[in-house]
Design a protein around this ligand. Structure first.
Ligand code: PLP
Length: 319
C-alpha cells in the first residue's frame, strides 16, 4: 500500500503526516466542487473513489492502516443497508482484510435492497443479524471476544473516531481551497448529513482551520438522539482537535449546529421533505438516498429558501 499521496490537511499541517497512520485508498481527491445555482454549491463526495466513493473512504485512510497492522478481521456494525459496512467491506477487501459485521434492522427501501445485494456479492464479509440497534453493542462485544485470537480490530460504526474524522478535516480544507481558487464568496452555511458524526465534526474543524469564521456548519441529524447528540459530537470534536493540536494547530472554536428537524423520528425512514429533495436533486443531476443525504438536502433547500448561500456535501456513493 502506498502512503505517499498528498492530502489537503497534510499540506496545511505538515507535521501531522509524521504523527498519524495513513494509507491511500481514495483516488478521486480533491473532489470537484460545483456551483449549481447562484447561491448553491455541491462538494461531490460521491467521487472520492473510483472503487466505491462516498464519505467513508476518507476516514478509512486514517484508520485502516492500524487494522492492517493487526491483520485480523475488522468488526463493525450498521443497519442492514449500511453504506458504512459496504464501503468497509469493499476497501478492506483491497487490503486483503475480512469484515465481521453486526447488522440491525432498518426500514427497507430500494437503496437498502441495492446495498444489501452489493454486500452479498462480497466474499470477505461475515454477518451477525440482530433485530434492534440497541443489541448492537453486546453483539459487537461477543464477536470481538469470539475472534480474540485472530487480532480483530474494532472499526467504530461510521469510522467516526478522532483518526477517522481527520479525513473530513481534510475534505473541508479542500472545500475552502476550491472556493478560494474559483474566487467564490464563502457560503453562509455548509450542510452535511449527521450520523456517527465524523463528517460534520471534521467539516467544522477543517473550516475553522481555513478561517471560515462566518460560515455555520449545519449538521442534519439522520440518526436517533441516543446515537447522535450534542455530547457525542462535542466529545468527538474535542478529541479530534487534540490530535490536530499535537501537530501544532491551535484549536479554534467551530460553529457546528445540529438540525434535528428533518429526521422524521425513525432511522432510515423516508420523509416527505426528503423525497421531494431527492427529486429536486435528481433534476440537478445528483443521486441521493433517503436515510442521510435526502434529509440533508431538504435542509439545504430550506436554507436556500431563507436567502442563504449554501454549500451541500454530497456524501452518498451511489450503488
Ligand atoms: C450517505 C451517507 N451520508 C452521511 C452519513 C453520515 O456520516 P457520519 O457517520 O460521518 O455522520 C452516512 C453514514 O453512514 C452515509 O451513509
Amino acid at each position: 500500500m502506498t502512503t505517499s499521496a498528498t492530502r489537503a490537511l497534510f499540506e496545511r499541517l505538515p507535521r501531522l503526516a509524521d504523527l498519524v497512520p495513513f494509507a491511500v485508498l481514495a483516488d478521486g481527491l480533491p473532489t470537484p466542487v460545483e456551483q449549481l445555482d447562484t447561491r448553491l454549491w455541491v462538494q461531490h463526495e460521491e467521487l472520492t473513489s473510483s472503487v466505491y466513493g462516498g464519505n467513508k473512504v476518507r476516514k478509512f485512510e486514517f484508520v485502516f492502516p492500524v487494522a492492517e497492522r493487526r491483520g485480523g478481521p475488522l468488526v463493525t456494525a450498521g443497519g442492514i443497508g449500511s453504506h458504512h459496512v459496504l464501503a468497509a467491506a469493499i476497501h478492506a477487501g483491497r487490503l486483503g482484510l475480512d469484515i465481521d459485521a453486526v447488522l440491525y434492522n432498518q426500514p427497507r427501501s430500494e437503496d437498502v435492497a441495492r446495498t444489501q445485494a452489493a454486500l452479498e456479492q462480497l466474499d470477505n464479509v461475515r454477518v451477525t443479524r440482530v433485530p434492534s440497534p440497541y443489541l448492537m453493542p453486546a453483539a459487537i462485544a461477543t464477536r470481538m471476544a469470539a475472534l480474540a485470537t485472530k487480532r480483530p480490530y474494532l472499526l467504530w460504526p461510521g469510522a467516526s473516531t478522532p483518526l477517522g474524522t481527520l479525513g473530513y478535516v481534510s475534505a473541508a480544507v479542500e472545500l475552502a481551497n476550491a472556493f478560494e481558487e474559483h474566487g467564490w464568496r464563502r457560503p453562509d452555511v455548509v450542510v452535511v448529513p449527521l450520523g456517527s458524526g465524523g463528517t460534520a465534526v471534521g467539516t467544522a474543524l477543517g473550516l475553522a482551520m481555513a478561517g471560515w469564521d462566518d460560515t455555520d456548519v449545519v449538521a442534519v441529524r439522520a440518526a436517533d438522539l441516543v446515537v447522535t447528540n450534542r455530547a457525542v459530537v462535542g466529545a468527538l470534536e474535542a478529541s479530534t482537535a487534540a490530535l490536530l493540536a499535537l501537530a501544532g494547530w491551535r484549536p479554534r472554536s467551530t460553529s457546528l449546529r445540529i438540525d434535528r428537524h428533518w429526521f422524521g423520528g425513525t432511522y432510515g425512514k423516508p420523509t416527505r421533505a426528503g423525497d421531494e429533495a431527492m427529486r429536486i436533486a435528481n433534476d440537478m443531476g445528483m443521486i441521493l438516498e433517503p436515510t442521510y443525504t435526502a434529509k440533508a438536502f431538504a435542509a439545504a433547500l430550506d436554507q436556500l429558501g431563507r436567502g442563504k448561500r449554501v454549500a451541500f456535501i454530497q456524501t452518498f456513493a451511489g450503488t
